[in-house]
Design a protein around this ligand. Structure first.
Ligand code: 5CA
Ligand code: ZN
Length: 478
């Protein structure tokens, strides 16, 4: 092989951690060489995936939320108002202490999340029941001094794509419905990424600091560990009381509001790339792929006719809104396949003189590798219908893999073994002590009680043997 055609190859996805790190570099998602721990740089290609993903979440939220942008700096006296919230974040906050060489009168926190930036303003904005519900969101960077092992897209100290929504409601029940709605929205969002997620109610010791309760969605990573890829929190009137957010109800009474917040980060991209990718690189759902179709001219004779046909197909597909690239570089076809497979392009079209004679083209699917000859006359319809098929196939495959890796367990030993491969579904009596013992003995963590499962059996807590109707997901987590 000529020197300039030597290609970097990925380790097998069986070695997931190595595969993940190399994939980010070779497919040009993130550059990890930035000299601040826990901060990484988006390559333009990675960023264009991010843009397509975040366009989806914007589209879903924009139906009944409004986008906004609050400051990054939070004054200490606001940050320090909510006791539980402070305790939850005190070890994770970066503080700005100086302006140049002048010590600041008021210390400023870099937001680890924005409750304490947003709620002082909500106090001013919420006046009457007519102002409610209020549903705003922002997509910003947030900072958390994480002490666990940092990892690109997964555990960051500078989260670059923190989508946080903050809603205000008249009653506790309305806020509870909003939490359910947020979880439905996240499930829908992840479905668009062809990722199945498991919603569960977090145990009390794992809820968001300052919340009444937390519901989270988790995805399963290829190595059997789960990743929390979204959370929705019922804040009750806890923050309303500390930030004095009141509204005048229909009887003219001043009442504390009830609030929720819910967020996702670029972890959604970590699970997207990890779930669908393979030994050849990325596999992207068509809606996400920056390039949806790559056309490879197979030229050894009649180059002009072949290139004309490629350009015609490109123009026709682009007119239908498809993102198309022609790779007419002078690399060998094999080398071009390699490149575009690494980038996860869902469909490859090959057109050569023989195809032209048949008025046809070769269509190759990235997800299955299947190749098929299709008539040039109907190429647009073939491509569009393939996109739907690929999207459905990716979701189906990921769902089957997830279901295969959820295991019913009744003993601690069983849990210990099964969490090596995936997620254990385990009876739990509801006592905190049993939950913590289970975590410790199984070498894993309780995710929570599934919120989409109707339990009708009775089970036995594997720790205390008490009867229970509740089961929890237990997994090794990122
Ligand atoms: N204010 C609430 C709702 S926005 C909040 O901060 N919730 S959170 O702490 O649970 O964070 C929301 C989501 O961000 C988490 O579910 C998780 O998916 C993601 N996340 C949290 N910490 C990190 C981190 N260090 N790196 C990447 N993603 C993170
Ligand atoms: Zn128990």
């Amino acid at each position: 092989m000529a020197e300039q055609e030597k290609e970097a190859t990925l380790p097998s996805k069986e070695n997931f951690s190595e595969w993940y790190n190399d994939m980010l570099q070779i497919a040009e998602i993130m550059d990890v060489r930035y000299p601040v721990k826990g901060s990484y740089v988006w390559y333009p290609f990675g960023f264009s995936i991010r843009r397509n993903v975040y366009d989806i979440i914007r589209g879903l939220l924009d139906k009944d939320h409004q986008e906004t942008m609050f400051p990054l700096l939070i004054p200490e006296h606001e940050f320090m108002k909510e006791a539980e919230h402070i305790k939850g974040f005190e070890e994770e906050v970066y503080w700005v202490l100086n302006g140049g060489t002048t010590p600041l009168d008021v210390k400023l926190a870099l937001r680890p999340t924005s409750e304490t930036a947003i709620y002082p303003m909500y106090r001013l904005w919420v006046r009457s029941h007519a102002d409610l519900p209020l549903k705003l969101y922002q997509i910003v960077n947030t900072f958390r001094y994480e002490t666990k092992h940092t990892r690109p897209l997964i555990r960051l100290r500078e989260i670059t794509s923190f989508k946080e929504a903050h809603t205000v409601h008249a009653t506790w029940d309305e806020a509870a419905s909003q939490v359910d709605e947020a979880i439905r929205l996240y499930i829908e969002f992840y479905k668009r990424l062809a990722i199945p997620v498991l919603p569960s109610k977090r145990p009390s010791w794992d809820k968001f600091p300052g919340a009444d309760y937390t519901i989270a969605v988790d995805s399963l990573m290829p190595d059997g560990k789960t990743l929390q890829v979204g959370t929705a929190h019922h804040l009750g009137d806890n923050f309303a009381k500390t930030f004095d957010i009141k509204y005048e109800d229909v009887d003219g009474e001043q009442v504390y509001a009830h609030q929720t917040c819910y967020g996702v980060s670029e972890r959604c991209i970590a699970t997207l790339l990890s779930t669908h990718g393979d030994d050849k690189g990325l596999v992207l759902p068509p809606e996400i792929a920056p390039t949806q179709v790559v056309i490879i001219p197979i030229i050894f004779k009649e180059p002009e006719a072949v290139l004309n046909a490629c350009n015609d197909v490109k123009a026709e597909l682009e007119a239908a809104g498809v993102r198309v690239t022609i790779d007419d570089s002078d690399k060998r076809p094999g080398s071009k396949y390699y490149k575009w497979e690494m980038k996860g392009v869902p469909l490859r079209i090959e057109i050569g003189p023989r195809d032209l004679k048949n008025e046809a083209a070769m269509l190759a699917r990235r997800d299955t590798g299947e190749k098929e000859q299709v008539p040039l006359a109907s190429i647009k319809d073939e491509v569009i219908s393939r996109f739907e098929i690929i999207q459905a196939a990716l979701l189906e495959k990921a769902t089957a893999e997830l279901n295969e890796r959820i295991f019913d367990c009744s003993t601690v030993d069983d849990v210990k073994e099964k969490v090596q491969d995936g997620i254990a579904l385990v009876p739990w009596c509801g006592e905190e002590k049993c939950g913590l013992d289970l975590d410790e003995q199984a070498g894993a963590g309780i995710l929570g009680i599934p919120t989409d499962m109707d339990e009708d059996g009775t089970y036995k807590c594997p720790i205390c043997s008490k009867e229970t109707r509740t089961r929890v997901y237990v997994a090794r987590t990122y």
